[in-house]
Design a binder for this molecule. Structure first.
Ligand code: FDA
Length: 385
């Protein structure tokens, strides 16, 4: 096997976009390595062994973007269904539409407020903290939408996400809590939205489907027994690294904090468990944050009517060895990140990208957009050496 012109560490959407661009625009020969046994990073999905329903292995993935360049780019590899995401939440045995909108407000207060009446009511309820600087997330939430709605829909859900009482969380975690004064409960406002018609994995595999792209799975960049490892490659080969930035530097300055999720899968002998793809659970007594029922992502498919699969989602702080999902971004994390970034900038012939390489939550369209910018602005120099 000949030495590639470019090594990409990580076959998520960031790495795949760089690989595709390097081949298409620069005629480069690319090797992608991934420590997992499948391509695609966290966007990967697979058919459930029992029901055949497509399941998003690392949590629900909904594609949406207002970036026309990204939309045009992704449509080269897959078409998209017309799926529009909507979320509901269960609070004290009653189901409400999310995000909080006129339907939620009227159902909650058992009323028929007009948009202006609802706006006035919430402004009045939010007035409890008028003139005060909220010191924690709890007070901030109340100051944004008033105590009744905050305590019903935000307080315990956020507490479960962070395993922390919102009174002990910094106010800065939320800057706004949108309330819509219409009955529109589409979750995303983006121009383009949908799910890949043939599934995520078909899309991701097409991006790497080129004779000049070699994908090596079950291959860790830090495993010195495999030939393309960091110690052997460093400075000798152009590299785009999309793994965790702190791991690259052997956690020299300490580990960056992440939250993770656990998904508990259950098969049920009913055709439809909850009538929708995502049901949040807003109350503290329910230990999980939400239940995903993947069959509803593809109502156009002819799935079995006799069985379904659901995933209960639990959120917690990641420990060493857990999958890092959402950056915690504490003050200490931000200081460490700045130091790691300084090191990353001078790392020879290596660019850092993607959600792990930059310690940022990135939606899929953001990861792809950021990879396209790197391909435009930095890849030519990297490949020239
Ligand atoms: P990604 O994590 O996908 O890929 C990185 C790859 O690097 C992984 O495959 C990993 O195995 C590999 N790697 C790491 N270290 C390595 C090493 N040492 N050696 C070799 N390989 C290594 N977005 C969205 O638009 N809509 C949504 O609904 C959601 N939902 C969602 C839910 C959850 C729970 C999460 C955590 C994330 C989302 N996302 C999302 C975000 C989406 O997952 C994200 O945008 C992409 O995964 C980003 O792609 P990357 O390539 O940056 O990382």
């Amino acid at each position: 096997m000949s030495t590639p012109d470019l090594l990409i560490v990580g076959s998520g959407l960031f790495g795949l976009t760089i690989a595709e661009r390097a081949v298409a625009e620069h005629g480069a020969k690319v090797t992608i390595i991934d420590r997992r046994s499948h391509i695609g990073g966290n966007a990967y999905s697979e058919a459930d062994a029992v029901t055949g329903i497509e399941v998003h292995k690392y949590g629900a993935h909904l594609f949406h973007t207002s970036n026309d360049r990204v939309w045009e780019y992704v449509n080269r590899f897959t078409s998209f269904t017309g799926y529009q995401h909507k979320v509901y939440t269960t609070h004290q045995g009653v189901v409400y539409p999310m995000p909080i909108n006129l339907g939620t407000v009227n159902q909650f207060f058992q009323a028929a407020y007009t948009p202006d009446e609802a706006r006035a009511l919430i402004a009045e309820q939010a007035g409890e903290f008028a003139g005060k600087d909220p010191e924690n997330l709890n007070d901030k939430g109340i100051s944004l939408i008033g105590r009744p709605l905050y305590e019903a829909f935000i307080k315990n859900y956020t507490g479960k996400q962070w395993q922390t009482d919102p009174k002990d969380l910094p106010a800065s975690i939320i800057s706004r809590l949108p309330v819509r004064y219409t009955y529109d409960n589409r979750y995303f406002n983006d121009t383009h939205e949908g799910l890949p018609t043939d599934g995520y994995t078909a899309w991701l595999e097409r991006m790497a489907d080129h004779p000049d792209i070699e994908v090596r799975l079950d291959t860790d960049y830090f495993d010195t027994s495999q030939p393309l490892n960091r110690d052997a490659v460093r400075g000798n080969l152009p590299v785009v690294y999309t793994g965790p930035v702190d791991r690259y530097f052997d956690h020299d300055l300490g580990e960056l904090g992440w939250r993770t999720i656990d998904l508990e899968t259950e098969h049920l002998e009913v055709g439809d468990f909850q009538g929708t793809s995502v049901m949040n659970y807003a109350d503290a007594e329910v230990p999980y944050t939400r239940i995903i029922e993947p069959r509803h992502f593809h109502p156009e498919r002819d799935y079995t009517k006799d069985a379904t699969v659901i995933q209960r989602e639990y959120s917690r702080f990641a420990e060493s060895g857990d999958e890092p999902y959402y950056p915690i971004n504490s003050g200490a994390d931000r200081e460490r990140l700045l130091e790691y970034r300084k090191r990353a900038e001078v790392e020879p012939r290596t660019l850092f990208g993607g959600r792990l390489g930059t310690y940022q939550y990135l939606d899929m369209h953001m990861a792809i957009g950021s990879a396209l910018s790197m391909a435009d602005n930095k890849l030519p120099d990297l490949l020239r050496g």
